[in-house]
Design a protein around this ligand. Sequence first.
Ligand code: DC
Length: 230
Amino acid sequence: MADWAATEGLTIAIDGPSGSGKGTVAKMLADEVGLPVLDTGLLYRLTGSVALKRGVSLQSESDVAALVDCLLDEINWTVDGIFLAGENVTAGLRSEQVGAAASQVAAMPSVREKLLGLQHKLAEKGCIMDGRDIGTVVLPGAPAKFFLTASVRERARRRWVQLKDDSDSSLEGVLEELKVRDQRDAERQHAPLKQADDAITIDSTTLRVDEVVDRMLGVLERRKLIARSA
Ligand code: DC
């Protein structure tokens, strides 16, 4: 059983750049407070990946938007990952190539708009949602918002360690990719990576995951959004 009980329907937004540790932190926090965790990056990664596979041009917003219309009928997005036609395809979405395609489709306003309804629907019963625009666009009313950061070099190192077994990319290569992605995510016109005014920033460069989670638990307890389980 989780150590903490969350108030009914609690939503927690965790935003931040690639490699800031959002996913790992969100999972550990979810275990502590007993909420499901939803990784919104998977929606963009799946769209980018299927576009690459089906030869849909990443330059054409209308073609990618039409692809999303089809995908919305085929996908099942759950706490266990994302399923396409019944198959869990999450593991295949982690590559840098898919990440770069995801970042391109994520810059398309109509694509984001189409994926918004799904995110609202899944958040209804309470969850921890991680992404780039959760606190600003998807769940602006969330009673707890965190913005996780870390230095670009540390984030690249973490990504590189994650990717090492599946690719031969160098640390410098991952660093350069990350800088390009950071810039695209932060500078796009629509729903850029941006901290919500009421979000709490946590710099995880020198913190362990459990230290980040402890800080979050402290905030949630002070706001009476969680209480120790009986
Ligand atoms: O978090 P990630 O690396 O899985 O995200 C993949 C891409 O999707 C990333 O370039 C940013 C984009 N993204 C976004 O624009 N909005 C979100 N809520 C989540 C991800």
